[in-house]
Design a protein around this ligand. Structure first.
Ligand code: FES
Length: 90
């Protein structure tokens, strides 16, 4: 399957576009694309919340709801949680 492009806007307002493979996490695409602000300290094990992103509302409604474990970790994000906050490793 062909890669897709994902557009990210960093906390400082800079825009980035990374290529991602369908079926892999947004966190992996951001880390591979060397996007600052996605530390992903736990490597996607749902232990750190350093992969926090705020998903555009148009896309957030297309995602499955966060699991109870993701919900719990979203309470520990460094930046304030928003209505469409997600952990990009999930
Ligand atoms: Fe650690 Fe997502 S990378 S919770």
């Amino acid at each position: 399957m062909a890669p897709i492009e994902v557009h990210l806007i960093a906390a400082d307002g800079r825009s980035h576009t990374v290529r991602a493979r369908v079926g892999r996490s947004l966190m992996r695409a951001a880390v591979d694309g060397r996007i600052d602000g996605i530390a992903a300290d736990c490597g996607g094990c749902l232990n750190c919340a350093t992969c926090h992103v705020v998903v555009d509302t148009a896309w957030a409604v297309k995602l499955p709801p966060p699991s109870s474990d993701e919900q719990a970790m979203l309470e520990m994000t460094a930046a304030p949680r928003q209505p469409t906050s997600r952990l990009s490793c999930q």
